[in-house]
Design a protein around this ligand. Structure first.
Ligand SMILES: *[C@@H]1O[C@H](CO)[C@@H](O)[C@H](O)[C@H]1NC(C)=O
Length: 361
């Protein structure tokens, strides 16, 4: 009798808190422990700040850290919970003493969302985020000076949906291998180079942003194994002259948005753009396209059902005999953006009078 009571007491007093602490009863444990706080001691992690949200989610903000050593020390504190929602490092002024995110810098603390922006960071070491291999959903490291990023470790991240490396100094993109990856952004990494095999290992990608990178040419089958691709942004690059047949070949008509605006494209060969959805938006604004010959455009236009789908605003279109076939067909013409103007910038392509063309062509 006595023995049983003791066992029961032991269970309640010793085992239950252990269970709670260990996360076996993860959700109740957070609210149960709330009074004690889920964050580590503020002093031990300073100048990082741990923020506990109403729902018990934990966020770590280390924007005031100025050296790599400070960051490492903060994560050597005693953490009651190791699973964090987010990590933020977005200083007002970047520090020249924080250039590297070293191996193991976060100890065994894991994150779902990582947001690092506006630092002088140059190097992300191979095992900087490995404690987050099964939790990291979004890794955003934008507007820094990253030259070295461990792309080769991407396969270990089992739920990584978003990788945003906007405006860094990455020189070369090795093959990306990640089946959970959906959104990849490399905007503003000027001069970054990559090969044909770069993307097939990330074949669930939905959106890929390769804008503002000074890209002057693309291998024709770069995207040819991306079965789910919906949005490709190649705007603000150095694409020039004629887009050759096979330039943009997406396998199964999934492409809904193709941004090619702000390049120096003069011309599109028949078959240059294929694999578009019927509702695609093709942004060709601010290029150097002068004419719209039927043999180059008709197949593309016939694949599309959406009106205002092809945006040719800001091109020096001559609106001559080359557009007679379009002006004749209300149906085809409707797919060209209604505010597309001719070379003089005031006459709308949609207002070019059919009779004049018929009489002169
Ligand atoms: C064309 O321009 C007019 C007037 O600015 C605007 O109301 C309309 O929405 C534009 N059309 C499209 C498809 O953007």
């Amino acid at each position: 009798m006595m023995y049983r009571k003791c066992v029961l007491l032991l269970l309640v007093v010793v085992v239950a808190p252990l269970l709670l602490r260990g996360g076996v009863l993860a959700t109740p444990s957070k609210s149960f422990n709330k009074a004690n706080g889920l964050c580590p001691s503020a002093v031990e992690i300073a100048p990082c700040k741990c923020i506990e949200q109403a729902d018990g989610e934990l966020d770590m903000d280390c924007s005031e850290v100025t050296t790599t050593a400070q960051l490492q020390t903060a994560f050597q504190a005693t953490f009651p919970f190791t699973e964090f929602n987010s990590f933020t490092l977005a200083p007002i002024v970047p520090s020249v003493n924080l250039l590297v995110l070293p191996h193991g810098v976060f100890g065994d603390i894991s994150f779902e969302y990582v947001y690092i922006s506006g630092t002088d960071l140059e190097i992300v070491e191979e095992e900087a985020f490995t404690a987050s291999r099964n939790t990291l959903v979004s890794l955003s490291i934008t507007q820094n000076r990253i030259q070295s990023f461990p792309f080769e470790t991407l396969p270990i991240y089992t739920v990584l949906h978003i990788l945003d490396l906007t405006e860094n100094m990455l020189p070369y993109l090795p093959d990306i291998v990640s089946s959970p990856l959906r959104y990849l952004t490399l905007t503003g990494n000027i001069g970054l180079s990559f090969d044909t095999d770069t993307f097939p290992g990330a074949n669930n990608i939905i959106e890929i942003n390769l804008n503002h990178m000074q890209i002057s040419s693309l291998q024709s089958n770069l995207f040819s194994q991306l079965n789910y691709i919906e949005h490709i942004d190649l705007s603000r690059n150095y694409l020039s002259g004629q887009l050759q047949s096979g330039f943009m070949a997406v396998p199964i008509d999934s492409l809904k948005v193709l941004d090619l605006n702000d390049n120096q494209i003069t011309d599109i060969a028949d078959g240059a753009i294929s694999g578009v959805a019927r509702s695609v938006l093709i942004n060709l604004q601010n290029n150097l396209i002068t004419s719209l010959p039927e043999d180059q455009w008709v197949h593309l236009i016939d694949q599309i059902t959406r009106i205002n789908s092809i945006d040719l605003r800001g091109n020096p279109l001559t609106c001559g005999c080359d557009v007679l076939w379009l002006v004749r067909s209300e149906d085809k013409m409707a797919k060209i953006h209604e505010n597309t103007t001719c070379a003089d910038g005031t006459m709308y392509l949609h207002d070019v009078p059919l009779e004049v063309l018929v009489n002169n062509c």
